[in-house]
Design a protein. Structure first.
Length: 297
């Protein structure tokens, strides 16, 4: 029996759990675990996630205001050293909206106007072996030795099960999420369908798991999100391998830019990749990639 998932549901599972207004207590738990704080009122969290911005068709996973900090959270299933640039764009959009909506912020005032402090966190749960924590810097992308006037630091936290045990102890929903993802991967190796793997992974969560009832109540959406993320992760891996093979014969850059371009265009059209992700993989700017999409229309 095929599942009746909402095919318009494009969110990531991480966002569905930690960026959901219904589950602010889980978002607060994650915030406390990361920052070593002990806030208790979930209503102090003001979610301001970018859902669908016209600019570059970008959206982020979770962003919220809490205790005078602007928290930008992203989950990545593949290592991406370009996250600082993405966070710079996200932050610009969120701060722009903050200034427009905060009537107490006077941008033309002669007095210093206070703004929330940005905290950029990338939660990594890909299958490449990565350290528990890694700081990615925007300045690493600059070739010139001239000091940069803009810097963005992104803390990448490995949330694969078995990593960052203290963080997991501080946030039970995050630990359960990590267990769930690991369990899905284990069951996939047994040559069962992804839907069956999701069913098994949910059932294996402990009865007192904070997210188990939520996942069961939204099982169709959860399955669709897992399938979407699995297809995206697998296709990107295949594309990169294809680029490597073509690169040996024709040059790596040419192979990446041309060999898998049709595949990337199709992924964007299906909603499995954003324009920015596809452009990154093709080593193009977003306008260049849009031009290629237009040429293939």
């Amino acid at each position: 029996m095929p599942m009746a998932a909402n095919r318009e549901y494009k969110d990531r599972l991480f966002k569905f759990i930690f960026g959901n207004p219904e589950n602010k207590e889980w978002t607060l738990s994650l915030y406390n675990a990361i920052n070593g704080s002990q806030y208790t009122n979930p209503d102090d969290i003001q979610l301001n996630t970018i859902e669908n911005a016209v600019y570059m068709r970008m959206k982020n996973d979770v962003s919220f205001l809490m205790a005078d900090t602007l928290n930008l959270y992203e989950q990545q299933a593949s290592f991406n050293p370009n996250m600082p640039m993405r966070f710079l764009i996200y932050a610009g959009m969120v701060y722009g909206r903050y200034v427009e909506e905060n009537h107490n912020y006077r941008r033309y005032s002669s007095k210093q106007q206070k703004a929330p402090t940005p905290k950029c966190i990338c939660f990594y749960n890909g299958q490449e072996d990565k350290e528990d924590r890694l700081v990615l810097r925007l300045s690493d992308a600059f070739d010139t030795e001239v000091p940069a006037d803009i810097e963005v630091n992104v803390t990448m936290i490995n949330i694969n099960y078995g990593h960052n045990s203290e963080l997991m102890k501080g946030c039970r929903p995050l630990e359960d999420y990590a267990k769930f993802v690991e369990s899905v991967r284990i069951h996939r190796k047994k040559v069962v369908t992804l839907e069956e793997a999701v069913d098994a992974a949910i059932s294996e969560l402990e009865s007192d798991s904070s997210i188990k009832a939520f996942l069961m109540a939204h099982k169709a959406e959860v399955k669709f999100m897992c399938i979407t993320e699995y297809d995206e992760e697998r296709t990107i891996a295949e594309f990169r391998e294809e680029g490597k093979e073509e690169g040996r014969a024709e040059g790596l850059e040419e192979g990446r830019a041309e060999g898998g371009l049709d595949m990337l265009v199709n992924l964007v059209k299906k909603g499995l990749l954003t324009l920015t992700q596809a452009a990154d993989e093709a080593h193009m700017t977003v306008p260049e990639f849009q031009a290629q999409m237009g040429a293939q229309a």
